[in-house]
Design a protein around this ligand. Structure first.
Ligand SMILES: C[S@@+](CC[C@H](N)C(=O)[O-])C[C@H]1O[C@@H](n2cnc3c(N)ncnc32)[C@H](O)[C@@H]1O
Length: 228
């Protein structure tokens, strides 16, 4: 795929809406508007915020909200196009009165091109949709174009953490990142991919994996310093 097409008009295959929102859900979306990122504000946004962590596909927001609660020195951007989970996450952001987190309620690929060079300290992608069938592999978030797009926006030595419990996706992720060569897989022993890193919280999909007896793994890749 041409990288420009990839960035300008990505095709999103996941769900955007589930069951009808509850009263609380509707209220959270209404009250939570101030926590939503607008494309036109992105330029100024990055001038004001330092130490930004981006979480892609935050789901119900367990990791995003707990991380923001714990680390006030970081600013968190969460992206997820699914309305129902946006409502759940906004509800928690309002409840805990957090001022270091904002949400892009859409496909992350639509705004990655607006992120300045070296503006993101770390990216977290916890349990991305596996799209296990061969015929659907182009629907997986981790693609060569995705890696090529995130590489320049991550700070030197910045990291990307990806969790998955799906065997096909485990191999896919390792192959894609190792094939790219500009990221290094940070690993000393098997514990490094078998135990959830200290800076990640348990999510709904991790719990689901454990209940269904699938082993979650966490892969951390660090941006290499490439001399030009
Ligand atoms: C399997 S769920 C995992 C949710 C959560 N991280 C967890 O561990 O419980 C994957 C999430 O990624 C979101 N997602 C998929 N593609 C995305 C994209 N291109 N940009 C942002 N979010 C995306 C989906 O809407 C969904 O909420």
């Amino acid at each position: 795929m041409n990288i420009e097409n990839y960035r300008e008009s990505p095709v999103f295959y996941g769900r955007r809406k589930g069951r009808r929102l509850s009263k609380t859900g509707k209220l959270s979306i209404k009250k939570g508007k101030k926590f939503l990122i607008k494309k036109e504000d992105l330029k100024n946004f990055f001038k004001l915020k330092k130490n930004i962590i981006l979480e892609i596909g935050f789901g119900d927001g367990e990791n995003l909200v707990n991380s923001a609660k714990k680390n006030s020195e970081y600013f968190y951007i969460g992206a997820d196009p699914f309305l129902n989970t946006n409502a759940k996450c906004l509800n928690k952001i309002i409840e805990y009165n957090l001022n270091n987190v904002m949400i892009w309620p859409d496909d992350i690929r639509k705004i990655l091109g607006y992120f300045p060079l070296e503006s993101i300290s770390a990216i977290k992608i916890l349990f991305p949709d596996p799209w296990p069938k061969k015929k659907h592999e182009n629907r997986r978030l981790i693609q060569n174009e995705f890696i090529e797009t995130i590489y320049p926006i991550i700070k030197p030595k910045g990291t990307i953490t990806i969790a998955t419990d799906h065997d096909i996706l485990k191999t896919w992720i390792l192959e894609k990142f190792q094939g790219y060569k500009k990221f290094e897989w940070i690993v000393k022993s098997s514990k490094d991919w078998q135990i959830r890193p200290n800076d990640c919280f348990k999510t709904k999909y991790e719990i689901k994996a454990i209940i269904q007896k699938r082993k979650p793994n966490w892969f951390i890749f660090q941006k290499k310093h490439i001399l030009s």
